[in-house]
Design a protein around this ligand. Structure first.
Ligand code: MG
Length: 380
């Protein structure tokens, strides 16, 4: 098995990727995280041969890591690109935010397998990631549960025989609420996701359905289907992760417990399967329900389709505006319903351009953040 590089090693995906790699006996040759935390140091000390990247260390963290790890410590944002480029690796990209994009491009340029959990790579930089995949001859295997499910449903199938693909959404903690009720929800309520345990931004994005909007855009870039062929259905039990409907009327669905170790492991071992952490699955006694998403109460889903159809830089703007708005909500500065308002206004204000380079993405991202920040004051 190929050696594994885990970027975002102290986050939710990173933790689970390390657990999977350890369980499967895969060698971890590098780990990286944003901060030089005790947790990262512990991970590093448990793997004496691994390179260790710290993206944004304080002075004290840098000194501590240098004295503890010597020459295997690396510092600064470029460390992600260096570690992602280690040839012959499986690179798990579990970084949060658009900081993960250059690492995705570097991994694919180096011909590596990219096990992608960083949504922003495809949402903010879809065309650039696609070009790197083509150039470097690497592999892109999604870690996101819905996309892993789609990947598995599509194995051995002709794309031309696909009528549509369907992503399921848990609906988040506010499923069934009206737009008016949503105005009063708190940060604590938004952070209490019913089925998946994740980091704070993605948990808020799940509550607004922006996460699903991003996943629609991801699916477009991963599998090449147009937006009219990508549907979303709310499925609160999170047992069916995705479905593919074929032109002959057959459907394939992918089911499994909502445990991220399952798609992470598949991305590491694909096309092989290894024994996993979940016990035998029983359908007996399960009630699986499905409903349409409430697009009026959760306007972020529609904004995602709109940005996806506009193409070019519009999804980059969607992502940047959402990141600004979500952080502002988490800081208690804007209400839950204002997240969609800030995103909508920012999308309307920033002109759509084509994306050719990482610098284009950075420039659009900066512009969108400043426009979104200006809208924060007006929205609360
Ligand atoms: Mg997902």
């Amino acid at each position: 098995m190929r050696p594994v590089v885990v970027l975002g090693a102290t986050g939710s995906i990173g933790h689970q990727a390390l657990a999977v790699a350890d369980r499967l006996g895969m060698e971890v040759t590098a780990v990286a995280a944003r901060r030089g935390s005790d947790e990262l140091l512990e991970i590093a000390l448990a793997r004496p041969d691994a390179l260790v990247g710290v993206v944004a260390p304080t002075k004290a963290e840098r000194e501590h890591f240098e004295s503890s790890l010597g020459g295997r410590a690396r510092f600064g944002p470029e460390t992600l690109v260096e570690l992602a480029s280690m040839a012959g690796s499986v690179v798990v990209n579990g970084i949060v935010g658009s900081a993960g994009l250059p690492a995705s491009v570097a991994a694919l340029d180096a011909g590596n397998r990219l096990a992608l959990a960083n949504k922003e790579s495809l949402v903010a930089g879809g065309p650039i990631v696609a070009a790197a995949l083509e150039r470097g001859g690497g592999e892109l295997i999604p870690v996101d549960s819905e996309h892993s499910a789609l990947h598995q449903c599509l194995v051995g199938e002709e794309r031309s025989a696909v009528r549509r693909i369907v992503l399921t959404a848990s609906g988040g903690p506010f499923r069934g609420m009206t737009g008016e009720q949503l105005e009063a929800v708190t940060v604590e309520e938004a952070l209490a996701h019913p089925t998946w345990k994740m980091g704070p931004r993605i948990t808020i994005d799940s509550a607004t359905l922006m996460n699903k909007a991003f996943e629609v855009i991801e699916a477009h870039h991963l599998f090449g289907f147009g937006y009219d062929s990508i549907d979303v259905v709310v499925h609160p039990e999170s047992v069916v992760h995705a479905l593919v409907e074929f032109s002959d009327g057959s459907l394939k669905a992918h089911l499994g417990e909502p445990d991220m170790q399952i798609p992470i492991q598949y991305a590491l071992t694909e096309p092989e399967r290894r024994p996993g952490p979940a016990g035998p699955f029983s359908l007996v006694g399960r009630h699986l329900t499905f409903e349409s998403p409430d697009r009026d109460a959760f306007p972020c889903l529609g904004l995602g389709y709109e940005a996806g159809r506009l193409g070019g830089s519009a999804p980059t703007v969607l992502n940047a505006a959402d990141e600004v708005a979500v952080h502002s909500f988490l800081d208690g500065k804007i209400g839950f319903s204002s997240i969609a308002v800030v995103v909508e206004r920012t999308l309307a204000d920033v002109e759509v351009r084509s994306l050719e380079t990482l610098d284009d993405v950075r420039a659009i991202d900066r512009e969108a953040r400043s426009v979104a920040t200006a809208h924060l004051g007006a929205s609360c």
